[in-house]
Write a protein that binds this ligand. Structure first.
Ligand code: NAD
Length: 397
């Protein structure tokens, strides 16, 4: 990790913002300081990165995955004490860990390679954590249909274990859970219009709000939904400082998309590698897509406003201004980036596939002061350039 040579003054602190009154000394970035005050022990490391904040002890489950590795990079650049908990089951995970080590240093974080069902390992990783981002899990609807027990263990039991680890072993942690819009199900009662290149809500121009009734659909919807509701309830019953992020379609750097999950990245990878592309349904199904950096901004905003937002649930996606149909509109954009036509085959709809999903993000805007900053075209171009420039990472496909 590149240390900044500046000499600054820092008050040592424990947790997010609790200052220790007795330590005030001159530190170089990266220095650690500790002191006992009354019956409490305080320690802090002055951040090495761009942040001026206080270092926290942070656990990221799924930190080797797509969103998790982007989050880990942000946390490391801010100088936090990071533990990544991951079973490294997802393709691309090893490359993400290698990249984090190469960028921030081999010793810059602790990797616990274990499964979410191993409570003892998870509890150990959560020991003293002041922030926990729970991102690990089974991520594809199709896989959940093929193996519902595995999906249940990863997502329902896995999230329960993460919450218990936070409650019993964390240091009054903030707990952010990566939930999904799939908790709203197929929304058959919502009127949908077919337009030439996309479907659209007839009566919900601003998208689906958090007040929409839950209707778990598919084993993945059920297992993530169980985690979503447990997370919310741990705030009510145990006072755990949780925030549920019902994420829409996230895309960005370090996304190793496959046909079953991560369609934006998958279509780009498949096009560049001339792999066959199958469109399930008619390609006019619409998603609001969100660039990963914008999602991390929402996580940051939740942490910054935790006193106001603990126990809350937010729909986090691109919102009505960042929608795209998965092939009828995305295809022409990708063909433009590729500079050639891309042949595709069509197949039947997949279970649980919504014709339209667009998040109503007004609650997040009002309470987190957050909005997406990356327009669709700019974000897709960034991801295209990253995949195109890192084709060796996809050589095995
Ligand atoms: N990417 C999206 O569009 C999106 C949308 C909504 C919700 N989410 C949620 O966000 C989270 C992160 O998604 P992602 O796109 O980064 O997925 P990802 O597959 O890239 O990352 C998930 C990580 O969890 C690890 N993992 C899986 N099962 C595990 C287990 N049993 N024990 C330990 N580690 C395990 C994997 O190895 C992987 O590194 C997931 O919980 C997902 O459901 C993602």
């Amino acid at each position: 990790m590149g240390a900044t040579p500046a000499v600054e003054t820092l008050r040592a602190a424990k947790g997010d913002g609790e200052t220790c009154p007795i330590v005030q000394q001159t530190l170089v970035r990266g220095d650690s300081v500790s002191a006992r005050h009354g019956d409490r022990f305080y320690s802090a490391v002055y951040p090495r990165g761009r942040g001026k904040g206080i270092m926290a002890k942070v656990l990221v489950t799924g930190g080797a995955g797509f969103i998790g590795s982007n989050l880990a990079a942000r946390l490391l650049s801010e100088g936090h004490d990071l533990t990544i908990f991951d079973n490294l089951s997802r393709s691309g995970c090893h490359a993400n860990i290698e990249w984090l080590r190469a960028t921030y240093g081999a010793e810059s974080f602790r990797l616990v390679r274990a499964d979410l069902t191993d409570f003892a390992a998870l509890a150990g990783a959560a020991e003293g954590a002041q922030r926990i981002y729970h991102l690990a899990g089974q991520v594809a609807v199709t896989t959940s249909v093929r193996n519902p027990r595995q999906d249940f263990e990863d997502n329902a039991l896995g999230t329960f274990n993460a919450l218990e680890a936070a409650r019993l072993h964390g240091d009054n942690p903030i707990f952010i859970f990566a939930s999904t819009n799939k908790v709203y199900g197929g929304m058959e009662e919502v009127r949908i219009e077919a337009r030439p290149t996309c479907y659209a809500y007839a009566d919900l121009p601003l998208g689906i709000p958090e007040s929409k009734a839950l209707d778990f659909h598919s084993p993945y919807g059920c297992s993530k939904g169980a985690g979503d509701q447990y997370t919310r309830d741990y705030a009510r019953i145990y006072g755990l400082r949780t925030v549920v992020m019902r994420q829409s379609c996230i895309y960005g750097y370090r996304q190793f998309g496959i046909e079953d999950q991560g369609w934006v990245a998958w279509f780009i990878i498949a096009a560049l590698k001339r792999r066959p592309i199958t469109i399930f349904g008619d390609g006019k199904q619409v998603r609001d897509i969100l660039f990963v950096d914008d999602l991390l901004d929402a996580y940051d905003a939740a942490v910054a406003h935790i006193d106001q937002v603990a126990g809350e649930v937010y729909n986090i996606g691109g919102g009505p201004e960042n929608t795209l149909s998965i092939w009828a509109e995305f295809g022409p954009l990708l063909e433009e980036l590729m500079g050639r036509p891309i042949p595709v085959a069509y197949a039947d709809w997949r279970p649980g596939d919504q014709r339209v999903y667009v998040s109503d993000i007004r609650k997040a805007a009002a309470e987190l002061g957050w909005r997406p900053r990356t327009p669709v075209r700019a974000g897709i171009t960034k991801l295209f350039d990253w995949i195109n420039g890192n084709q060796s990472l996809f050589a095995h496909l």
